[in-house]
Design a protein around this ligand. Structure first.
Ligand code: S3P
Length: 175
């Protein structure tokens, strides 16, 4: 099976569900945010503070590119993207060339905010800006995803099982 990329807004559970999906698939899990922070030698809030969002996006697409290239071949990975990774056209064209399976974890805005409020995420510091960003991005996730999974109001295990079911049931050819 090709690698699986998890997308969705901040607070949709990409990292926790991704870890569980990787366990069930018996493959490696990678969190793109962690790779970006490790490569930069600083945490994401510090990257935003010193390089701005544009600097962060450039680092993010570089990290994704390296990851997809380095794991090309037989290794299957589950990769949790950041909530904004696929707002970058360069990242979208990258995955179009590599053809992983993109799974969108869908939650509603209120639940996402409940999960991330009080965190250090630079784009989740203010509720109304967060909700605006949610609305602006919503369509984009659906457009880019191969599979959409309801990730609201359920445990990590339940959502991971929904992802597994969606992967098993997915149409095989094309996007
Ligand atoms: C971002 C989401 C974050 C992280 C960065 C920007 C976004 O990841 O990449 O703070 O633009 O939505 P999570 O979705 O894992 O919180």
């Amino acid at each position: 099976m090709p690698s699986v990329l998890l997308t969705g807004f901040m607070g949709s559970g990409k990292s926790s569900v991704g870890r569980e999906v990787a366990r069930r698939l018996g493959c490696r899990f990678v969190d793109l945010d962690e790779i970006v922070a490790a490569a930069a030698g600083k945490e994401i809030p510090a990257i935003f503070a010193t390089e701005g969002e544009a600097g962060f996006r450039a680092r993010e697409v570089d990290a994704l590119s390296r990851l997809l290239r380095d794991t090309e071949g037989d290794e299957q990975l589950v990769i949790a993207l950041g909530g904004g990774t696929l707002t970058n056209p360069a990242a979208v064209s990258l995955i179009a060339r590599r053809t992983p399976i993109v799974v969108y974890l869908k939650v509603d805005a209120a639940e996402a905010w409940k999960r991330v409020r009080g965190s250090s995420r630079p784009l989740a510091q203010d509720e109304s800006a967060f909700l605006q960003l949610f609305a602006a991005r919503l369509k984009g996730y659906e457009q880019v995803a191969d599979l959409t999974v309801n990730a609201g109001g359920s445990s990590i295990d339940v959502v991971a099982e929904r992802v597994m079911e969606a992967l098993r049931a997915r149409p095989r050819e094309g996007r």
